[in-house]
Structures are given as C-alpha cells and as structure tokens.
Ligand binder design. Sequence first.
Ligand code: GLU
Length: 596
Amino acid sequence: MKQLLFVFVLLFLLIGSVNSDDLSEILSPENYSGTSVELKTKEIKIALKAKENGKSVLGNDWMIVTANSFASAAGAEILKSGGTAADAMIAAQAVLGLVEPESSGLGGGSFLVWFDSKTNKITTLDGRETAPQFSKMTQFQNNNGDSKKFFDAVIGGLSVGTPGTPALMHETHNRWGKMNWASLFSYAIKLSEEGFTVSKKLETSIERDSDRLQKIVKTKNYFLPDGVGLKQKQIVINSAYARTLRKIANDGIEDFYNGSIANDIIDTVQNYKENPGFLNKSDLSNYIVIERDPVCINYREFNVCGMGPPSSGGVAVAQTLKILEKHDLKSLGHLNPLSWQLIGDASRLAFADRDRYLADSDFVEVPIKGLLEDEYIKARSDQIILGEKTENIDAGNPSVEFVYEFGDDKSLELNSTTHISIYDSYGNALSMTSSIENAFGSRLMTKSGFLLNNQLTDFSFQHQVDGRLVSNRLEPRKRPRSSMSPTIVLKNKKPIYITGSPGGSNIIGFVTNSLISLIDWDMSVQESVSLPHAINRWGKYEIEESIIAPSLEKSLSKMGYDTKIRKYFSGLNTIYIGKNLEGGSDPRREGIAIGN
Ligand code: GLU
C-alpha cells in the first residue's frame, strides 16, 4: 500500500505536464502571424505560457476556456469589450466551426447551461439535432434486422439530423446577448478569409480519417487538397464558410433554416448517392431550440446543475454523485483505490439506469424525479459495499406514474465534440457542449463550408431488445440521447464552477470525477482537469495510461474487476469562481483559458 501511495504522489506531482511537449510550438505566438488576431496581447501570452506549463490562468473580471486558442481569443475579445458570456460563446463557436471543424459547427447541435446573475436562475437550452420527419426506426439495420456497422451508418446522409447549433446561438443572443449580433462574427469571418493556422489536432484527425474523408469529393477537396491532408501550421482559407457567416451575421438564421443554406444542406444530404438521407425543407424550417428543466441536485454544500433529456448527462452525473454522497471520499482521498471502487460502482449503477430510461422526454416518459428521489438513491447506494466489487448491476425500478418496460439501449458514442466554459464581467456563467458527433460527423461537407453531423447514430440502432422497445429508438422528429454534460455548480446560490467535456459516453465520468476532485479532494481547476481518468461504465474498469495505472489496475483487479489500461482524449474546460477566477484546460487537448 505504501508503495502505491508513493506512486500516486509521484503522479500527482507530474500532473499538468501530460502531453504538453509540443504545445509550446502549436500555440507559439508566431502561429498567429498571417492571421488577424487582434488579441496578440498580454492575455494571450499569459494563456499560452500557462498551457505550456500546465498551470491555471488567473483573472478577476472574466474568463473563457475553449478547445482552441483562436476560439478562446475570439470570445476573449468580446468579453474584453463588454460583451456577455452569450456574446462570447457566439464568437467562439463561429471560430470553432472553422478551426476545429471535425468537432463542432453550424452543421451540428449543442446543449447550453446558463446562470443569470440578475435573476440567480439556471436555464438550460436544448439545441440538439432532430431526426427528419421521414426517418425510419430501422434505418440503421440491415435487411436481416442486424445493426449496420457503425461507419456504414455514419458516413453519408442517413445519419444527419437537423442542425441545432445556429438556432441555439441565435436564441442565446436573443435572451442574453448585449452586443450587436453581426459584430460577433467579424473575427471568424476575417479568420476564414485571411486564413487560420491548422492545429496539430486537426492535422492528426485528418490523418487518422483520411480513407473516409477521401471518399467524398467536397470533403476531400477541403481537408486533403491534391490528396494530401492539411498540415499543422498551414494557413487555410475557407471562403465558403466566410460567405455563410456573412449571411448569418447580416440576416440572422433565416437563410440557414429557410433559404439557400437550407437548400445546400438538403441537397448534400439527399444527393449523396451511396447513403442518401431524409432531411427535408420542413425539417429545417420547423427546427426549434427547446428550453428544458435543468437537472439540479445538492451534493454536500453545493448545488450541481446540468442538462436534462435528451441528454443523459445531467441525470447520470447527478445520480452518481448522490449515490456516493454518504461516503467520505475526502478522507479516503484520490490516491486510494477504495475511492475508485466506490466511484466506479456508482457510475455503473447510473449507467444501467441511463441505458434503460434516458431518451428524448418529448417522446418517452423519463422518470427523472424517480431516478433522483432520496429513497431510490438510498436503495441504489446500499448496493455498494466499501471494498467489495458490486455484483449483478441492473437498471433499478424508480417510482413512476405510468407503466413501461423498456429494453436496454445499445447505441455507440465515439469521440469528437468540444466544450466551452465562460464567465463574464456581469457575473453570468455559461457552459456549453457542442458537437457534430463523430470526428468529421457524417463526413459530408456542404457548399456552405461546414460539415454535417452524424448525430442520428446516437439513437439505438435496434428499436427493440428482447421483445421490449428501446426508449432511445429512432422516431421522426425525436432527438437522439446524448451524454453531453455541460455543468454549472453553485454555492450559496452563486456559480463556483463551470465545467464540461467532450468524449462520448465517457463525458459522464470525466465530468463526475472532476467534480469530485474539485469538491471532495480540494483540487485546483488545473489539477482537476489533469487528473488521470479511471472510469467504469458497464463493468470493465478503464484506467488512463499513466504512471499510476499499473498499481491502480492491480488493486482493482484484486477486488475482482475486469480492467483495461487505455488512452483518453477528454477535453475538460473548467472555470473556478472564487475571490478571483481560475481557468483550466485539459492537457490532453489544445484548449486554452484566457482571462482578465
Ligand atoms: N454524440 C455524443 C453525445 O451527444 C458526443 C460525442 C463526443 O463527445 O465525442 O453525447
């Protein structure tokens, strides 16, 4: 045990320097030359240095953390000139669609959690993609009823849901924006026209996916011109995207949902010969952003608020924390395998419920109240015994006002996606996770300069399992279940943490564990986003490759867990709001925090 503790301590000291080797190069100020980044200022230099050294960024007034330095810079400029977190998100998201197009953009969907400093109220907005009106429940099955292979379903028009991100940006601005809408796009337009610098992540993502990207002419022409993938530091112009942003800047989202951009999207989806999709005019013109009830729970002296269905994120994070609450994780500490046993088993219980019950609540009854009721949580929590692997984990029977018998969902969720955390000088907080699902989404590039999502493959490919319908089955105009977990934590009714991450269904573990590290283990935001991951969703304990992994694996397998050491590619972007502000970005990705 002593040896194990030593290794943990060593690891802890090393935290923060993971993967930072080439970051100084990627983010070196020279990378900004040739572009029109105005904010080549003090804040950017501090941000780049902090990234290089694995340190938090400090501020007093405002803070933004996104997955890419250009996007953080775009949002920071807005915050600096008096914009709200809503304004800054729009500027940052417009840039992300250009510089990190494989993860999110106008062709995707997003969830947003907002804390309003005037009303002290949390609001959550659902900008998730919707299934087309003429979608078929069995469209991801072969003729014999078996599920299609994942990438056979993903590539092409069939996986494309109606994009929600442009509508979400617009709705957020209508509700909480302060600056002129058009001005929020200037930075992204300039960068698209004059060129942005390709990041290491974009280069690597293209390399890894080049076989698939090559198959689609427009996609190939942009990402692999002349058959060669874009390379880090290359300056790339996207005039089509600039034109699209100009239209949106000048006329709002009307053209996107009802005009020439809508036609371009439909044409791209319906006319992809090998795998055409059903998206039509009425799908786009009927798209709406939906305000959902936030999912808030008390965890110790904090109030943790997240996104409700169709995301499973808020409920699963909340359940895991509530199941764990009776345990003294603080005394056990983050170096103790027993903490990980408890966390892993709580997560397994939450995942069993998630797979059975979580889906779009406009289509199926989701027993959110029942899943979070004290008595139910107590019964779930009582299944876990300290030091003993919990056996026979299954979905529970939360109290409900109706009768249902759902089968367990089998949908896959792989990595791409991006997370934005912002705190503005008015005291508003914004947490938004934004996605086109898989890296490069459906791989379909529109003439309008952005990729289309493959979010419909977040539905269960099978509509029924063992004769029971699956709650997350595909239905026309339904929204696929997500794991995105944008979160705002309050203390004494004011925000104290803003966080979230990409990572498919691992998002739930990334976010939960990082909340535990902040709340129970008193970590700084940078320590928290750098903490090695250990996640158990469905029985296998997956441990991040790191110096501690072998000993943790040994302890957990001694307790009877099936274990695996692996790499993770989380992208936690977290802000702490205390006497001052602290921004931390995940060392596994290229994000940076900029604050003042
Ligand atoms: N499509 C996933 C979801 O909505 C996100 C994918 C990812 O994070 O990589 O939960």
